[in-house]
Design a protein around this ligand. Structure first.
Ligand SMILES: [Zn+2]
Length: 99
């Protein structure tokens, strides 16, 4: 695993913990609102960080579910063939790994 991905993962775990903590000391619904605000703020930070790292194509594909101008080659995790669209041309799978 790359350091960047590891950092993102650690950050995600920290943010999840940070968003849970307010639930214990803030009355409903303030704890939930604060938790969601922390997650939303982090979402935009991570999106920005990933786009600046991998390009907007990757960011849009990863978070929007649609691939636009992705320069990375994708490999189908089901049959192993390379795919360019949103689904594998050979088996129709939507599960890919980036390479
Ligand atoms: Zn396939």
């Amino acid at each position: 695993m790359h350091d960047f991905q590891k950092n993102m993962m650690i950050r995600m775990i920290v943010i999840i913990i940070l968003s849970i903590i307010p639930q214990f000391f803030l009355p409903f619904p303030y704890g939930i609102i604060l938790g969601l605000a922390i997650i939303a703020g982090n979402y935009f930070f991570m999106r920005k960080a990933i786009i600046s790292r991998y390009g907007s194509g990757y960011g849009a594909g990863k978070f929007g579910g649609i691939e636009f101008g992705s320069k990375l080659s994708k490999t189908c995790t089901v049959c192993g063939s390379s795919a360019k669209g949103v689904e594998c041309k050979r088996c129709g799978s939507k599960s890919f790994k980036m390479s």
